[in-house]
Ligand binder design. Structure first.
Ligand code: ATP
Ligand code: MG
Length: 290
């Protein structure tokens, strides 16, 4: 059935990003726990309706690597998107992630991404904050840009440059699959090291924040860092390098990804590994609260 604001009991704020806040909430009738993302947008009722109807494609996305969609509604000036709650939060909270987890994590993210590519949906915002984990050991992608109208409305309301964007994207060229491979490369570099693959971006601090046009220049002109060979396997180092070519056509394609040794050497998905990562962090944060 339809979810409304009144049918939800808001429990806790889970975090916020550029465009809005995410809450943990309980759907009162069904007792279902949900993550509810609220984005404030000044748009007409017609545009609101279009966004809600475009988001409904998400009902048809059934992959264990994609966050389940429960529904969306408009209330006053905000759209709320209700999805599966992941008790481990997003991967930024785990950085740096030891390499023995990264193969399994990559496999899940890439499987989710390729599943969506097959039904002609691009993610448009791949980054550690949009990869979620839970104590069952599942790894899932969230925040797909399925609604063209929502993507447009957010872009016209909130500042859009981020450090995960590919050189061709920051230059305003057409957005395509290679741009997603680039963003995944930046993500994997950051998960592995806790740093970004550009020296200048790592040197920026709160006191010397880079302006969007400076971030663009770095992405376009500065040479990408490579993962240090002393600390990471040759397969991972090579995989990241091949995602981070400035020229889109030289990056790994969907098929190349599946054939790359970093992915090929993975045994089948074993949730107990990621489960252990999530549970040990939950235990550590409980101990620190006492
Ligand atoms: P952006 O606004 O650019 O998308 P973001 O992804 O960091 O940036 P949000 O999507 O608003 O911002 O999410 C904020 C935080 O809420 C995330 O970083 C994540 O930790 C948490 N979160 C989001 N969705 C869920 C979910 N389904 N389950 C649990 N935690 C979530
Ligand atoms: Mg997000």
């Amino acid at each position: 059935g339809q979810i409304t604001k009144e049918s939800l009991h808001y429990v806790q704020m889970l975090g916020h990003g550029n465009s809005g806040q995410v809450y943990r909430a309980v759907h009162k009738q069904s007792n279902q726990i949900m993550a509810v993302k609220e984005i404030a947008l000044d748009i007409s009722v017609a545009v609101q309706k279009q966004i809600i109807s475009e988001l409904e494609i998400l009902y048809k996305c059934n992959s264990r690597m994609i966050i389940s969609f429960y529904g969306a509604f408009f209330c006053e000036n905000s759209v709320s998107i209700c999805t599966e709650y992941m008790d481990g939060g997003s991967l930024d909270q785990y950085m740096p992630v030891p390499e023995h987890y990264l193969g399994q994590i990559s496999m899940c993210v890439l499987e989710g991404m390729l599943y969506m590519w097959n039904i002609n949906i691009l993610h448009r915002d791949i980054k550690p904050y949009n990869i979620l984990v839970n104590s069952a050991g599942e790894v899932k992608l969230c925040d797909f840009g399925v609604s063209t109208q929502l993507v447009k409305s957010i872009a016209s309301t909130y500042l859009g440059t981020n450090v995960y964007m590919s050189p061709e994207r920051v230059q305003g060229q057409e957005y395509g699959k290679p741009a997603e491979v680039w963003s995944f490369g930046v993500t994997l570099f950051e998960l592995a090291t806790g740093k970004l693959p550009f020296k200048s971006l790592n040197e920026a601090t709160k006191a010397t924040t880079l302006q969007p046009f400076q971030i663009m220049r770095v992405i376009i002109d500065e040479t990408q860092l490579k993962l240090p060979r002393e600390h990471f396997s040759p397969e991972l180092v090579d995989f990241v390098n091949r995602c981070l070519h400035k020229t889109p056509a030289l990056r790994l394609s969907g098929q190349d990804i599946l054939n790359h040794p970093f992915i090929k050497r993975q045994s089948s998905f074993d949730p107990s590994l990621i489960s252990q990562l999530v549970i040990s962090k939950q235990q550590a944060s409980q101990t620190s609260m006492i």
